[in-house]
Design a protein around this ligand. Sequence first.
Ligand code: NAD
Length: 420
Amino acid sequence: MNISHRIDNLKKLLAWIEKNEKEIKKALLLDFQKSEFETQTSEISVVKTELKHFIKNTKAWAKPERVPTPPALFGHTSTIHYEPKGAVLIISPWNYPFQLAINPLIPALAAGNTVVIKPSELTENTSRLIHQMVNEVFSPDEVICELGGKEKTEELLTYDFDHVFFTGSTPVGRIIAEACAKKLIPYTLELGGKSPTIIDETADIEDAAEKVYWGKFLNRGQTCVAPDYILIHRSKKDQFIEAFKNLEKANAETPTGFVNSSHQNRVAKLSGNGDNYRETRCELIDSPDLNSDIMKQEIFGPVAPVIAFDHLDEIYKIMALNPYPLALYIFSNSQKNIQDILNKTQSGGVAINNVIVHLANHNLPFGGIRTSGIGTYHGHHGFLEFSHKRAVIEQKFLSKTMRFVFPPYTDFKKKLMEKI
Ligand code: NAD
């Protein structure tokens, strides 16, 4: 697919989204009462920004890149060609059902691939709208949308795709990786996990409470990078809990709902709230048992355990129970503490004195580590993820120099090669 055609496709996609913003908001409202404000910011604007970034940069990114050639290969030129991988399968989850289906589609198209999208079966209205969009914007030999659940994904995984891009839970990620391994298909896994938030004794507690509250309120905590559990210095815990409760009282607005009753019941059970859970917007669970389910499972809902610590060393033991989080949040004004935490932990990404925003900068790679994901995307990182980097070397002149490595291997040739 030539570059100008790829860019035209991205422009057509942008125009369709701009024309259908109302329809997108309506679909998400029907699917899980997602507020128009959140749909605008976290589904539509995010995708439009990414599209504009790709429309501007695809031409430059797709150009073959000249790289230096070592002296031993004098006479050659070396180039990396960014080629399409081929046919790409994108499997997306329900929690940001529009954004997480379209944001991988953008780099996949920019890199010149053909695409099959399989959106979530749990958000029927949005998935049907994506299906309609794909039919209206693209020709079927470029992009198609397949609707269905687990069985549809299983069927799609029997085909010979050239790359599979999956966003969803870690257990399903394993199933995808196994299916790809059988055919040696490369894959990207954007998964979940328990993202810790560390608040030390030097942090601005009111600021931390406001940001953590937002991270839990947004999409009702059903965000892959939502702060999961909070590790806070004992001297600041009461102040933090008080500030959090005040925010809860001040935000009477009804937030986004749960996608279905089984997700709601799962969160209710984790928090020990039973059927009353429907009423709760955001809630802290003070000092849960480290062996309880809420400290073992990704919460993916508006509750957060809070655990006090006296010394930083204690937090590393707690974090080791759930290694490889997708995100890590640090609230601190001590560079020494920040460095200590960065040096002693691993995570897909980090935000310091904020939450979630690391994914809003398309110059940063977005992805997990081990159980929270394999591979990255966003901006140029996404273009590279969907491209095959083909090494091309061409002998332009001094063709005869290569004879020095051909047999017979004389002493003279040996000495010459050692010198080179
Ligand atoms: P999920 O894993 O249940 O489903 C994701 C997709 O996989 C859906 O399209 C679904 O139809 C398909 N699927 C489900 N079960 C399958 C099976 N057995 N075989 C084949 N395909 C199957 O995830 P979800 O509940 O839709 O989304 C929530 C999860 O996604 C959370 O763990 C969250 O952290 C994660 N997530 C990660 C990111 C990220 O960018 N890293 C973003 C959003 C969500």
